[in-house]
Design a binder for this molecule. Structure first.
Ligand SMILES: C[S@@+](CC[C@H](N)C(=O)[O-])C[C@H]1O[C@@H](n2cnc3c(N)ncnc32)[C@H](O)[C@@H]1O
Length: 261
């Protein structure tokens, strides 16, 4: 017999999938269930069934749910030495092969990642002829990414010369210059459900795979590899080393960078 509590949660998963297309079953269960149970209890609902009903009637509760399940934490230059490797080794090599780079920041959250990339491409004089796509499942995060206004603390790892060139300070806030804003196409996309564009030179997908089940991860690596050009590079997060990359036609290039064969 399945305990009532488990059935309550699995029905919630089905309902959320039916209404939103978001499949919570592809996220690591213990973590997700703990986060959502805390949210449900905080809002005073005894069961996931009553919580789902309330969420459908109350938009702000639904957005609170989305917020809790997505975890939008991001930073410019997250793990700075990896971005240095991208700047010094990976991008020059990719640009030698094709000067018009097609890049994608997948699960871009509030935009720090695609803007970090845009700064580097601009500095290398590659931005004008390149394309940067940036996608996330969360409309709220995408809205903030498009506004491109940040607190000083999220700039802590940005090299000072880049702060000077690519941000306008407005009292306590820092606004990204229009040149970079215009270079990025933001779009809503569910990595676990939607189809991908292809012929990418570079895909950056960092700090979201950690939330997915092994099965979901494996499917995604296949999808990413298919979306890369031969010789294109996948840049992953600093806890997200790929186990046996060869099975996806990827080969290790530098730590946390993989090249499509
Ligand atoms: C921790 S942030 C990572 C942001 C950025 N990539 C970085 O490393 O700083 C994780 C992001 O993944 C997004 N996300 C979660 N599930 C997703 C899915 N199925 N499809 C697309 N984005 C998803 C969340 O909305 C969130 O913005």
């Amino acid at each position: 017999m399945i305990p009532l509590e488990d059935r309550d949660y699995s029905q919630f998963i089905e309902q959320v999938k039916g209404k939103t297309g978001i499949d919570l079953a592809q996220y690591k269960e213990a973590q997700m269930k703990r986060r959502l149970t805390t949210l449900r209890m905080k809002n005073g609902y005894q069961t996931f069934a009553s919580f789902f009903k309330a969420m459908m009637e109350n938009e702000s509760l639904f957005y609170e749910f989305l917020d809790r399940m997505t975890i939008n934490v991001s930073e410019f230059w997250r793990n700075p030495n990896r971005w240095e490797t991208l700047r010094q080794a990976i991008l020059p090599e990719l640009a030698r092969r094709s000067p018009r780079l097609k890049c994608w920041s997948a699960a871009c959250s509030t935009g720090e990642e695609p803007y970090s990339l845009a700064m580097i491409l601009s500095e290398m004089n590659l931005l004008r002829q390149s394309q940067i796509h940036a996608t996330d499942i969360d409309d709220g995060a995408l809205g903030r990414a498009k506004q491109a206004v940040y607190m000083e603390r999220s700039l802590k790892d940005v090299p000072p010369a880049y702060i000077k060139r690519y941000f306008k300070q407005e009292q306590l806030l820092y606004r990204i210059v229009d040149e970079l804003k215009a270079a990025i196409q933001f779009r809503k996309q569910n990595l676990l459900l939607d189809s991908f564009d292809n012929h990418y030179d570079l895909i950056i997908c960092r700090n979201v795979m950690i939330y997915f089940t092994e099965e979901a991860k494996s499917k995604l690596y296949h999808k990413f590899a298919k979306s890369l050009k031969s010789g294109g590079v996948l840049f992953v997060g600093s806890t997200e080393q790929i186990f046996s990359p060869g099975q996806y036609e990827l080969e290790p290039l530098e730590t946390f960078f993989y090249r499509k064969k």
